[in-house]
Design a binder for this molecule. Sequence first.
Ligand code: HEC
Length: 229
Amino acid sequence: MKSLFHKSIVLFLVVVTTTSCFNKDKPNYQYFPDMYVPVSYEAYGEYDIFANGQEAKLPVEGTIPRGWYPYGYEYSNEGYEKAKAQLTNPIPYSEENLAAGQQLYTIYCAVCHGDQGNGKGILVEREKILGVPSYADAGRAITEGSVYHVMYYGLNSMGSYASQTSIEERWQIDHYVMKLKGELLEEPEREFESDTTANLKRNLIPPVSADPTILGDDVNTELDQEGTN
Ligand code: HEC
């Protein structure tokens, strides 16, 4: 009995010493450990060799994502009024752009604004949201610029669509919204633009210079030059 007791103590000690240093997070025996342990720095790792010990670097100040351009109108009432008065749709009023605009409109806007743009979307009919205006609302007198501005920043209970849509997609939706407005007001239909006008007008860079308080003048000139090259 006594020897069994001793044996179990010895067994206990053996088990403790062999398992206590075992790390479950790492592979055990490794044959060519380079295959398991990366030689390069981990993207978000901490390493003394970098400033602040941070491998992932912050982008240089003023960096903008590829395919994105700064929008030159401020998020304020003045910015809204300026965009409403000055900003026009840079892409051609073509059949393709309108078809794309209609599709995007149906995905993003129709639930509230309705397929006809009369402010009677399904969410309004089910009383999930109130105060959705008709695009024909005389008091609002929406323009290409105001529609873009509202899509970019949102307006009160309407959210921003800047993260879901590209610049071009917003202008496509814009054309479609203006078409719906015209239909509601029973205005004559706007004629489609041809490809030649299209190429001349194709300049998706919004007028950054519209509000020099947003970006320094030097940035504007740089962008302008790039746009004309
Ligand atoms: C969740 C419901 C909802 C969705 C979805 C929605 N809107 Fe709106 N929209 C509103 C409401 C509410 C207002 C009125 C906001 C206010 O004036 O307080 C509004 C106002 C507007 C106006 C008038 C702004 C002005 O100048 O007075 C336009 C134009 C507009 N929306 C376009 C769009 C477009 C384009 C989309 C899709 C990209 C869209 N909306 C998606 C709820 C919505």
